[in-house]
Design a protein around this ligand. Structure first.
Ligand code: SF4
Length: 386
């Protein structure tokens, strides 16, 4: 137990030997935006899904008390918004893996459904269904399966993996550092979302699509108006040609050109296109990155009341910042958590040792802090299952 290092920020000894694999474009942006590589999320194993392991395919309840995903869906019960340059990248990708995605994109363009100079939105109605149902059936309802998910890939998977958007690139069911990891990836998502939107606007305007593209942006931000417009009249007759201008009928060519514009546009131009808003996202993301790479044991710590259940004789499963990422700990640890009532950390540790015979080292404390089971006195309370 090293009390002297408590309360001082220090670099974690786990420098990222293996960096997270990101889509090509966002990987380039983040290598300019962050001072170093992002450590790989090792326990969110997409190839062999950690949320499916051991669960019967159609189990709609739980496995081992955890929320389980179906093996033929995993976390792909979400459908992404694709920006124009990402659509162009998909069409230009001749790999076998993206064949399914190319078909989906070409079909959408042919039917003119959810297609604008800014990119391709989820199908009409999908976003409304997702908003209503995903918190209950995420990972379990085939009705929410992503249109880019394909069973043609071994084990089922994403046909746009190298071109996936900000949401898909940053969502993990579990994080090496619990809530701290989730907070970091949320900051990355917000940065990438604004970067993608700024780049899509830049591509559209450089390709001569005028102010009408802003109407498409409004619709992209408000899926209700998109649904209403598409239910109300055939999309082809609803301002479609007006929105596309000289590119109508040549949408594939437009998306290809957008991909090329993006490829030629440097990081500094992206920042300038994103303006003050993107710069603020960049600052937040860098702060979250520093927090991810550092350990800090605060001097005064509290716990907000626990929800747990005993899963083996001596093991308790504690509810944490996420229903997908509970923490299994020795039961004796649960018994000593009420000692954390805001007193000086050295005194608290001494009391726990004297009264319960338990020695808490920095590693255990850091884990409980990372998962939001303990928090610094001044830190806001965590909402359960945010
Ligand atoms: S785009 Fe790919 S990663 Fe994202 S939900 Fe669809 S299949 Fe899954």
């Amino acid at each position: 137990m090293n009390h002297n290092s408590s309360a001082e920020g220090r670099m974690l000894p786990i420098l990222p030997a293996e960096a997270e694999t990101l889509p090509a474009t966002s990987g380039v942006w983040l290598s300019s935006a962050l001072p170093g590589p992002i450590p790989k999320e090792r326990i969110a194993t997409c190839q062999s899904c950690a949320m499916v392991k051991g669960a019967p395919e159609n189990d709609t309840q739980s496995h081992g008390g955890q929320h389980a995903f179906r093996a033929d869906l995993k976390c792909c019960t979400f459908s992404p918004m694709l920006s124009n340059f990402q659509v162009g990248a998909i069409l230009a990708d001749s790999s076998a893996i993206s064949q399914h995605a190319r078909q989906v994109v070409r079909d959408r363009i042919a039917r003119r459904v959810g297609v604008s100079p800014l990119g391709i939105t989820p199908l009409p109605g999908y976003s409304a269904l997702y908003d209503l149902a995903s918190s209950r059936v995420f990972g379990r309802s085939p009705d929410l399966r992503c249109e880019y998910y394909t069973s043609e890939i071994l084990g089922g998977g994403c046909s746009i993996w190298n071109h996936r958007n900000s949401v898909c690139a940053t969502w993990f069911c579990k994080h090496n550092r619990g809530k701290r990891g989730r907070d970091f990836w949320n900051a990355v998502r917000l940065f990438l979302h604004d970067a993608e939107e700024s780049m899509a606007l830049l591509c559209a305007t450089r390709l001569g699509v005028g102010p009408q593209v802003l109407t498409a942006l409004d619709e992209r931000r408000d899926f209700r108006s998109t649904i209403a417009a598409q239910l109300d009249a055939p999309v082809a007759s609803r301002g479609y040609a007006e929105r596309w201008g000289e590119w109508v009928g040549r949408e594939e060519e437009f998306f290809d050109q957008a991909w090329q514009v993006q490829s030629r546009t440097g990081y500094e131009d992206l920042l300038s296109a994103g303006g003050v808003r993107l710069s603020a996202r960049l600052t937040d993301m860098n702060a979250a990155y520093q927090a991810l790479l550092h350990n800090t044991i605060p001097r005064r710590i509290v716990t907000d009341g626990l929800s747990f259940r005993v899963v083996q004789t001596d093991i308790a499963r504690i509810a944490t910042y996420s229903p997908y990422d509970p923490l299994d700990v020795p039961k004796v640890l649960v018994d000593v958590l009420p000692f954390f009532a805001g007193g000086d950390i050295d005194d608290v540790r001494a009391h726990i040792l004297a009264d319960a015979g338990v020695e808490l080292d920095d590693t255990i404390l850091q884990k409980l802090l990372d998962y939001g089971i303990l928090r610094e006195v001044d830190e806001p309370r965590r909402a359960s299952h945010e």
